[in-house]
Design a protein around this ligand. Structure first.
Ligand SMILES: [Cu+2]
Length: 505
């Protein structure tokens, strides 16, 4: 069990103990000649290009089979499913307050839908099968159109059979640009994912198997940035980069750092926060979460600095590098400390006295019996037996996890709660299982309390890590009418009961 008792003031950025210094050489082959294909864009590029749109103004997003060179440029490509056949899919760019029109065309052999993670948009566009729309059959299409209220870093992914469809590659970043330019030299999207591959490089099957579901979820043994085995990100001395990091993995929590650089968090889960230098440089990123960093490239021309993630065994893996050009610095000195990003129009007046408070214990999974000394009601006998939760929409053998003692598909049965629009909701998540969970609320951002008192942490979230034996108390104004899902973003946990929905009327 990791020691997570000592909370940093800036809780998302948990300190990682200094590591042994031995770096994996997994990528030693990939350094020379690796492609320079970071998704780097000029910071003030036009939001959505108008070319390539349908006659009625939609951008086509075809979900279809494709190939990706996940193991480097020389290894055989991996057959994937991706938007436009790419994994990650194309980075979509929108402008705050302007309508985005996307036509999903399903060229897969399965039905699918798209969920727009973190976007506070109309419920009918949220992309949750049965709750907000029916799944889109093979050969069919669905028009999504919405106006993002918030500028920031978001992402999109399949929300149908997602243990399989996300593991096959159906995800991508969605950037909503601020109305006014942000003072950075470049805007770089970094999509962080893990993949479980066979020796031959195919996507390993066994999606949603019982072992994954009852344990940490599906973890992959290959880690990519922007679908590349070893990303080379070119930089210039004294350049300021905005790095938009997105964790699209099914279940893996990454600890990520960029060696030899100071990084400053500017936004979390798409929402600006007071700029804060990351303690020890290590970000802890749950599945589904995003962090916007400003990085001032302070090394000499010709330098290289690794981008590292933990390997879950106390070591680190190199997954890419900042590669400094040999030319002159971009400017003589790095830029001064940045101003905060402009705030988004979030509902931040919490009526605590009139709030609806919901206790949501998180139960189930393997090892619960062991951990709880055999006495936990919802635990799994011998670590792997039937959990015995009552449930909605799931057969008994798939009821491995529960929210508030109910194992649900997340769209069947009654809502966990129903509130009138505008009411403040407090949710108290208590993790009584042996695994961390990443609790995600659709259609809303929330604040987390700093402890048992009234103080709030200085940032907004749409997904919060709840560690074993810990609680997280969050608050939001239920201001978005509709039927919204609430679930663990370890996708295999979601698919086996750790899901619910609530209604805002
Ligand atoms: Cu979970």
């Amino acid at each position: 069990m990791p020691d997570i008792a000592d909370r940093q003031p800036f809780e998302a950025f948990e300190t990682l103990r200094p590591l042994s210094g031995r770096l994996s050489r997994r990528h030693w082959l990939a350094g020379a000649g690796a492609s320079l294909t970071a998704l780097a864009l000029p910071p003030f590029a036009a939001a959505q290009p108008t070319e390539g749109l349908t006659a009625d103004g939609f951008r086509l997003l075809r979900a279809r089979p494709g190939e990706a060179r996940l193991r480097g440029p020389t290894a055989p490509a991996t057959p994937i499913w991706g938007y436009e056949g790419l994994a990650p899919g194309p980075t979509l760019r929108a402008r705050q307050g302007e309508e985005l029109k996307i036509r999903l065309v399903n060229e897969l052999p399965q039905a699918t839908v798209i969920h727009w993670h973190g976007l506070r948009i109309a419920n009918a566009m949220d992309g949750v099968p049965h709750l907000t729309q029916m799944e889109v059959a093979p050969g069919a299409s669905f028009d999504y159109r919405f106006t993002p209220p918030d500028a920031g870093t978001f992402w999109y992914h399949s929300h149908f059979l997602s243990s399989e469809q996300m593991a096959r590659g159906l995800f991508g970043a969605l950037i909503v640009e601020e109305r006014a330019a942000v003072d950075v030299d470049r805007d770089v999207v970094l999509v962080l994912n893990d993949w479980r591959l066979t020796n031959a490089g195919a996507i390993e099957r066994g999606f949603g198997n019982f072992h994954d579901a009852a344990m940490a979820g599906r973890l992959g043994q290959y880690i990519t940035l922007n679908g590349e085995d070893s990303l080379e990100l070119p930089v210039k001395t004294n350049e300021r980069l905005r790095l938009r990091i997105v964790n699209t993995a099914n279940a893996r929590i990454f600890r990520l750092r960029i060696a030899e650089h100071v990084t400053r968090v500017m936004a979390v889960d798409g929402q600006p926060c007071p700029p804060e230098v990351v303690p020890d440089g290590v970000l802890r990123l749950a599945p589904g979460t995003r962090v916007d960093l400003f990085l001032d490239a302070a090394l000499k021309p010709g330098s290289r600095a690794p981008i590292l993630v933990d390997d879950l065994r106390g070591g680190e893996l190199e997954i890419g590098h900042l590669v400094y050009g040999d030319g002159a610095p971009l400017r003589a000195q790095p830029l001064a400390a940045p101003h905060p990003l402009p705030a988004n129009p979030l509902p931040d007046r919490f009526d605590m006295a009139g709030s609806l408070t919901i206790d949501v214990p998180l139960d189930g999974g393997g090892m619960a019996m062991m951990m709880r000394g055999g006495g936990m009601g919802g635990g799994m006998g011998g670590g792997m037996g039937a959990a015995g939760f009552r449930g909605h929409g799931l057969p008994p053998q798939d009821r491995i996890w529960a929210l508030a003692s109910v194992a649900s598909s997340g769209h069947d049965g009654p809502p966990m709660f129903s509130v009138p629009r505008g009411r403040t909701v407090v949710m108290n998540f208590t993790n009584r299982s042996a695994f961390p969970h990443a609790m995600h609320v659709h259609g809303h951002h929330f604040r987390a309390f700093a402890g048992n008192g009234p103080a709030l942490r200085p940032y907004w979230l749409d997904t919060v890590i709840v560690d074993p034996e810990h609680s997280e108390r969050v608050v939001f104004v239920a201001d978005n009418p509709g039927k919204w899902m609430l679930h663990c973003h370890m996708i295999e946990h979601m698919a086996t009961g750790m899901a619910a929905w609530f209604q805002v009327t």
